[in-house]
Design a protein around this ligand. Structure first.
Ligand code: MLT
Length: 266
């Protein structure tokens, strides 16, 4: 079982059936700014910073996906939220699946964006541990060097330079120890495909067609595994599809959230 729960920083807007959105590595809740604007008025939107990112404190030891999920459940309890729609992008998707493992009965609908259901390969684990070593030696420059390219489509630097620079600024400000803990946590995550197969609720799978980190084939597998799924491929977007193609992303998310909320309130 996980170590002590961390009290997460968060922001929220609105009233009604909640949607909790979990950010990618190594970012923070600020990445949801376009969705915060586009989704206003649908329900209660809750945006946490996962442990070690943004304004949330770090926990003890590796930030496993299960420990992060426990933090999110504790936040929901603290906010008096029973059932909620849960969505995550990339690492946020891994944490969403971990939360499903702990408390599927709390999840009225799921959104898995630019993520994958599987565990790391041995090679991916070794790569993460090499980055952890470099974080210890040299701070966050290694994250900028290894992630800035793959996080975006090839078109992004010319099509959306302001988004690319905003994300670069966020990555430069990351806590090296917080990032290292999350990398070790991601390396330890289990395979969740069977878990996804057993979830009876509605699942929206979203992916940028030009995602180079978690390519569309991963989303195809998730959509095929889930009992009730809808797959939306977003053109002209890479891994951070919620930023590169925020209108298409928000439109699909809004439709799913409304449908889940309608089912909750007879
Ligand atoms: C993310 O965007 O959250 C990360 O790229 C996920 C990962 O490293 O597996």
């Amino acid at each position: 079982m996980s170590a002590a729960v961390v009290a997460l920083a968060h922001e929220e807007d609105g009233r009604g059936h909640p949607l909790i959105l979990l950010h990618a590595f190594p970012l923070h809740r600020g990445m949801w700014a376009p969705q915060r604007e586009a989704l206003a008025g649908i329900g209660r939107l809750v945006l946490p910073d996962l442990r070690g990112f943004g304004e949330s404190p770090e926990g003890e030891g590796p930030a496993t996906m299960d420990a992060m999920a426990a933090d999110v459940l504790a936040l929901a309890d603290r906010l008096g939220i029973g059932r909620f729609v849960l969505g995550g992008l990339s690492m946020g998707g891994y944490v969403s699946l971990a939360l499903l493992r702990r408390a599927a009965e709390r999840v009225s609908g799921l959104v898995l964006a630019d993520t994958r259901p599987g565990a790391d390969t041995e090679e991916a684990r070794a790569n993460r541990r090499a980055v952890i070593e470099r974080l210890r030696e040299g701070g966050t420059a290694v994250l900028e060097e290894t992630m800035m390219g793959p996080l975006f489509s090839e078109r992004a630097p010319s099509a959306h330079p302001e988004i690319v620079e905003r994300v670069r600024g966020w990555i430069r400000a990351v806590s090296p120890t917080g990032a290292a803990a999350a990398l070790e946590g991601m390396a330890r995550r289990p395979d969740s495909l069977a878990l996804l197969e057993s979830y009876p609720g509605p699942v929206l799978v979203l992916v940028g067609e030009e995602d180079r980190l978690t390519p569309p084939s991963e989303s195809d597998a998730m959509a095929a595994a889930a009992a009730r799924s809808r797959l939306v491929r977003i053109p002209e977007a890479g891994h951070l599809s919620n930023l590169e193609a925020h209108r298409a992303f928000s439109a699909a998310l809004a439709e799913h959230w409304k449908a889940c909320a309608d089912r909750e309130t007879p």
